[in-house]
Design a protein around this ligand. Structure first.
Ligand code: PMP
Length: 361
């Protein structure tokens, strides 16, 4: 960001300046090849080494056990709404879905196209203000897997812990919380995440899948989207997103420099608490989500007097506080606080909110 500009976008989102600097350097020359990374063949040893190393970085950052495989895929997180059933759901089987906001609803709607879906739990009736406890989910042993969205980017709702569904494989769209916290990987059959929030590149997806779930793909599954085929061919069936994978590698280096997910998680919590504290202080602002389920990545809020909302956005932008409008389906305001969000940005927003309330409250 230019000095004095703070970006609260929900994704693509702010990146650390040092990562942008390192990425910029790769555009002049990469690995002494005499040309840039953008011009480097994906079949070359340099890129193969980079991709293998990045896969290992993901495994190490989340302490992924050896019975899981890390795969890079294309098409963004939405493509997985179709690719998960194509790869993991036999045509006559039933998939469970927990609906906690806009993105899990999108996953469910797309899932309907590929087989039987069973709504295990939904908080639509209460305006997506919480996450139902696993004990309230209508799970049954006929479910082939159960899909969840642990952080609802548009609604600002986050699961307080990794659910335990016993033997039913849990499939999680972790797009907007990936690598923001430690995860009990063994509770999941598969995790997938678009990387445009905590890691930078758009269109790239990282999937972590338990190896015993591979090999169930329907025959019509496109080969480039077949998890097992990509695993067997070291992710080189087609041209991977070379620059995106490099950016992920740089972001994982940066995360390690910050102390990894164990260090960044309390930092993320502290940043979100600065904003939630102001929101809860009196009746000027509100947050629609019950406190224990509030997202530490996407702080969704509003002004009680709707007339203040547009003014808030205009004045914020004039102060360099950018992209604070809520998701088009949820409305309101939203401040996204991914790993790379700076304390200076949060402090500037907090001070603007307090000042705005003083002037208009
Ligand atoms: N799932 C979640 C939780 C998201 O936040 C988003 C994007 N905001 C998506 C899926 C869709 O990602 P993409 O645009 O990469 O398809």
């Amino acid at each position: 960001c230019r000095e004095g500009v703070y970006n609260f976008a929900a994704g693509p989102a702010v990146l650390p300046p040092e990562v942008l600097e390192r990425a910029r350097a790769s555009l002049s020359e990469w690995q002494g090849l005499g040309y840039s990374l953008l011009e480097a063949p994906f079949t070359g040893d340099e890129f193969k080494t980079l991709m293998d190393a990045t896969r290992l970085q993901v495994k190490s950052a989340l302490a992924v056990p050896d019975n899981y495989q890390v795969i890079f895929l294309q098409g963004g997180a939405s493509a997985q709404f179709s690719l998960v059933p194509l790869n993991l759901l036999p045509p006559t089987a039933t998939a469970g879905y927990v609906e906690t906001g806009h993105w899990s609803a999108r996953a469910l709607a797309e899932g309907h196209r590929y087989g039987r879906s069973h709504l295990v739990a939904s908080t639509r009736g209460s305006g997506f203000d919480h996450v139902p406890a696993v004990s309230e989910w209508a799970l049954n042993n006929d479910l082939h897997y159960c899909h969840i969205t642990p952080n609802e980017t548009a609604n600002g709702v986050q699961f307080p812990e990794d659910p335990d569904c016993g033997d039913i494989p849990l499939i999680a769209d972790m797009t907007s919380e990936f690598l923001s916290r430690p995860v009990h990987i063994e509770r999941y059959g598969m995790i997938y995440a678009g990387t445009q929030k905590n890691l930078g590149p758009t269109g790239l997806v990282i999937a972590i899948i338990r190896k015993d779930l591979l090999g169930q793909a329907r025959p019509e599954t496109p080969t480039v989207f077949n998890y097992q085929a990509q695993t067997e061919r070291q992710n080189r069936i087609n041209t991977p997103l070379t620059f995106g994978i490099y950016l992920v590698h740089l972001m994982l280096d940066w995360l390690e420099e910050q102390g990894g997910v164990n260090a960044i998680h309390p930092h993320n919590i502290a940043q979100s608490q600065v904003l939630y504290r102001i929101i809860d202080e009196d009746d000027f602002f509100y947050c629609p989500v019950i406190p224990e389920y509030r997202s530490i990545m996407n702080v969704c809020f509003g002004t009680r007097d709707e007339n203040h909302q547009q003014r808030f956005l205009a004045e914020a932008e004039a102060m360099g506080l950018m992209n604070l409008a809520g998701h088009s389906h949820a409305g309101g305001l939203r401040a996204s606080l991914y790993n790379a969000q700076s304390d200076a940005a949060v402090a500037a927003l907090a001070s603007f909110m307090a000042d705005f309330r003083r002037r208009y409250g």
